[in-house]
Design a protein around this ligand. Structure first.
Ligand SMILES: Nc1ncnc2c1ncn2[C@@H]1O[C@H](COP(=O)(O)OP(=O)(O)O)[C@@H](O)[C@H]1O
Ligand SMILES: [Mg+2]
Length: 253
């Protein structure tokens, strides 16, 4: 579905992502872990077009998308959520949904008109309503977003992504900052979404997504140090060392 070859991002003299090759297969859910600052979000930002790579190539559905802006990637079926929830506090839940969905649907067609045709606007509204119900916010459609809990804001952000009907959804730490109860709700939703969407999830709380993912990749200092079956990856000596340090890794065998 999406692949990267030699993907590299330099910020001045620092190499945040270093010659990463990876492939996320259609229909699979994959996890990405790594210590803070290891380049996970930077990798996502390149895959989604929010940052241009310094070097490397990205293919989506077999097409070279390295130079495409984010909204064109959305038009091709790619959606994302951000590490810090990204919704407009000053608008209602419904306005957030319709505005974001309408904006992408509009720009994806190459026209910048504010009003879309009746048929298209009907589809957009239906998608928004469907997404609102899937994330369980239908009763809060008219609420001002600033009044939502952080968990509900996260759900709204996921709802916006879902309303775009993505084939590929990239989630950057979707469980960060949520209560155990909220984590349960988001994990349930991820399981449901997995039925018709390829998922790539950056997440520190790896135990919460072990049942969900088929593959796990580990970044350390911008380098992809291990990938494969999640259990095997977590037991890999190099991965344990990167998380727990050499001594612990040796002591525990
Ligand atoms: N826009 C930026 N400008 C300069 N440095 C950045 C920028 N974004 C990230 N970095 C640096 O790149 C490294 C990787 O960051 P990031 O991708 O956010 O890591 P992670 O998501 O794994 O915690 C960090 O050292 C960070 O400070
Ligand atoms: Mg990050």
């Amino acid at each position: 579905m999406i692949s990267a070859q030699g993907l590299t991002k330099r910020f001045g003299s620092q190499t945040a992502v270093d010659q990463v090759n990876l492939k996320f297969v259609e229909g699979q859910a994959s996890g990405i872990i790594g210590p803070n600052g290891s380049g996970k979000s930077t990798l996502f930002n390149m895959l989604t077009g929010h940052l241009p790579p310094s070097v490397g190539k990205i293919e989506f559905g077999g097409l070279d998308i390295t130079a495409l802006p984010p909204h064109e990637r959305v038009g091709m079926g790619m959606a994302r959520t951000f590490q810090l929830v990204s919704v407009f506090d000053s608008m209602t839940v419904w306005e957030n949904l319709v505005l974001s969905t309408g904006r992408f649907a509009d720009r994806g067609s190459g026209h910048r008109q504010f009003f879309f045709g009746p048929a298209r606007s009907k589809t957009i509204l239906e998608n928004c309503l469907g997404a609102l119900e899937r994330v369980g916010l239908q009763d809060k459609a008219g609420a001002r977003t600033s009044e939502l809990s952080y968990g509900d804001k996260r759900m709204l952000e996921i709802g916006i992504a879902l309303s775009l009907k993505p084939k590929l959804l990239l989630l950057d730490e979707p469980l960060a900052g949520l209560s155990d109860h909220e984590i349960g709700d988001v994990v349930d939703l991820l399981h449901e979404m997995k039925q018709n969407c390829t998922l790539v999830i950056i997440e520190h709380k790896i135990s919460k997504i072990m049942d969900l993912i088929e593959r796990l990749s580990v970044l350390n200092d911008g380098v992809l140090i291990c990938e494969g079956d999640p259990e095997a990856v977590l037991n890999d000596p190099g991965v344990r060392e990167c998380y727990w340090g050499k001594q612990v890794s040796n002591a525990k065998g």
